[in-house]
Design a protein around this ligand. Structure first.
Ligand SMILES: *Cc1c(COP(=O)(O)O)cnc(C)c1O
Length: 499
């Protein structure tokens, strides 16, 4: 097929290949977030061919392109069976976890309003709920009411339930929550939600395609899906542990009427009647096709095998970290992801800062994800952590990975965490003053001012926008007020794509 390309096109593709070389590697297990590598080369080939076959199909209209409805029906059926839904569970394939979460919120908001209620509806959730729900609240005009968790990332279900009221349009719990892989108390919350007449969404974006085959010390998980009465919707990302290329997730609802509230339909314009279950209009059918093909290929047994591989690798990584003096895994993670923080039970000179550790691990070619500490609504503080998502390919690099994790800890053990206040204090006086005045009215910061602040902090310019050592930057993110950080990071990302 490449032979049909003109020399000019060959050159264009060559540029892409070259550019791609500077990216983090998406295969081989060295990147422990963002990418979900099954380790099966055949799946990549299968997905690529499926995308090619469906490349020009417009997923907007399943009446013109019945193959779209066929693939979606199959995926919804598979997901519903996997998540213990009966025939009253229906849903849609979306473009990803964020879209599934946005639509779960939009659906709940519209049903809340349809019941005759007015005002600003509220979403109740643990603070560990994915940021996609903050985005949904922002986009769709809801208030997000976040409940603090304990040091292990666990929420007290009664604390969530005590926030219930007539203005609550949705309660969200996660299976598991991304930051520390906590499995929220789904059965308790869903039961209380059902009695209160409040819908309950389970965000299984990351766990949906792996927890069905997960165990805790050899025993089954507590029920967390549609087997739990009161769970009204679930999101589960195909492009995570469904091993599909990016662009696919499922959102399921208990009851057709809930699903119908997800749709937008209008005939009130001079064009074709628009009936969309998702945010996009015209869209590629490629991601849907790739996800469909992979689920067909893997089936229940294939997923079970890959989940078992994830489980072995996760156990091995967790036990390697438990053996590292000065670090500990946060809480009791459920699923192939975990967060690591400083073990404060050992003397200071033996402690390992998770961000200095991740910086050091990166030097050896492994990418871990640094998560800043955060203050909670109840005044407690969740410490900074480093996140690792484990995938089947991890098993094939376990020895190398655990050796790198151990060596990096040895290299930075005893080095004190850079306290956020110290990072601020180290900044030149004029920059501190400038940041202070920007923080006073973040809404009014112009693009030039924001860029000047970034430059003064030594980030955002040149070929590499981020510093080699991320720990000080993470400390700064933790220390500065949220609106200021959000504005500066917006500037950083927007500058990256300016022509
Ligand atoms: C990844 C994730 C999301 C958001 O999904 P995207 O696919 O990145 O848009 C939502 N919730 C949880 C728990 C996730 O892990």
């Amino acid at each position: 097929m490449t032979s049909a390309l003109t020399p000019r096109s060959v050159k264009i593709l060559e540029t892409l290949r070259q550019r791609r070389e500077a990216d983090a590697p998406t295969h081989g297990g060295h990147v422990l977030s963002y990418v979900y590598d099954s380790g099966l080369a055949e799946l990549d080939e299968l997905a690529a061919e499926a995308i090619r076959i469906m490349q020009s199909v417009n997923g907007l209209d399943p009446t013109t392109f019945p193959s779209v409805a066929f693939m979606e029906r199959d995926l919804v059926r598979f997901a519903r069976d996997m998540l213990h839904g009966d025939s009253d569970v229906v849903g849609s394939v979306t473009s990803g976890g964020t879209e599934s979460c946005l639509l779960a919120v939009k659906t709940a908001r519209d049903l809340w309003r349809a019941a005759g209620r007015v005002g600003i509806p509220r979403i109740v959730a643990p603070i560990t709920v994915h940021a996609a729900f903050a985005k949904a609240a922002h986009y769709f005009g809801l208030e997000l009411d976040l409940v603090s968790v304990d040091g292990n990332g666990r929420v007290d279900p009664q604390a969530l339930v005590s926030r219930f009221g007539a203005d609550v349009a949705l309660v969200v719990v996660s299976a598991p929550a991304y930051p520390h892989a906590t499995l929220d108390p789904i059965a308790t919350v869903a039961a209380a939600a059902q009695s209160a007449g409040i819908p309950c969404h389970v965000d299984a974006c990351i766990g949906g395609w792996v927890l069905p085959w997960w165990t805790i010390d050899g025993t089954a998980l507590p029920a967390w899906d549609f087997a739990v009465p009161g769970v009204t919707s679930i999101s589960a990302d195909l492009h995570k542990f469904g091993y599909a290329p990016k662009g696919a997730s499922v959102l399921l609802h208990r009851s057709r009427d809930r699903h119908r509230a997800q749709y937008f339909a209008t005939k009130r314009w001079p064009g074709y009647p628009v009936v969309n279950p998702t945010l996009l209009g015209s869209k590629s059918a490629g991601a849907l096709a790739a996800a469909w093909a992979i689920v067909q290929r893997l089936g229940h047994d294939g997923f079970a095998g890959l989940a078992a591989s994830c489980q072995r690798a996760t156990d091995a990584v967790a036990s390697a970290i438990a053996d590292i003096d000065g670090l500990r895994v946060v809480g009791s993670p459920v699923g192939p992801l975990l967060a690591v923080t400083t073990d404060e039970s050992v003397p200071e000179e033996r402690r390992v800062d998770p961000h200095l550790w991740a910086d050091r691990v990166r030097v050896d070619g492994w990418l871990l994800q640094q998560q800043p500490g955060i203050s909670q609504p109840d005044g407690t503080h969740l410490p900074a952590t480093t996140h690792l998502t484990i995938t089947p390919v991890t098993e094939s690099v376990l020895a190398e990975l655990t050796a790198a994790l151990t060596a990096a800890a040895d290299a930075v053990r005893g080095a004190p965490r850079i306290p956020a206040e110290a990072v601020l204090a180290q900044l030149p006086e004029d920059i501190r003053v400038a940041l202070g005045s920007l923080a006073a009215s973040p809404g009014a910061i112009g693009s030039d001012e924001a860029f000047a602040a970034l430059t003064a902090l030594g980030i955002g310019s040149g070929e590499a926008p981020l510093p080699e050592s991320m720990a000080p930057l993470l400390a700064l993110i933790e220390a500065l007020p949220a609106p200021l950080v959000e504005r500066l990071l917006t500037e950083l990302l927007a500058r990256l794509i300016e022509p």
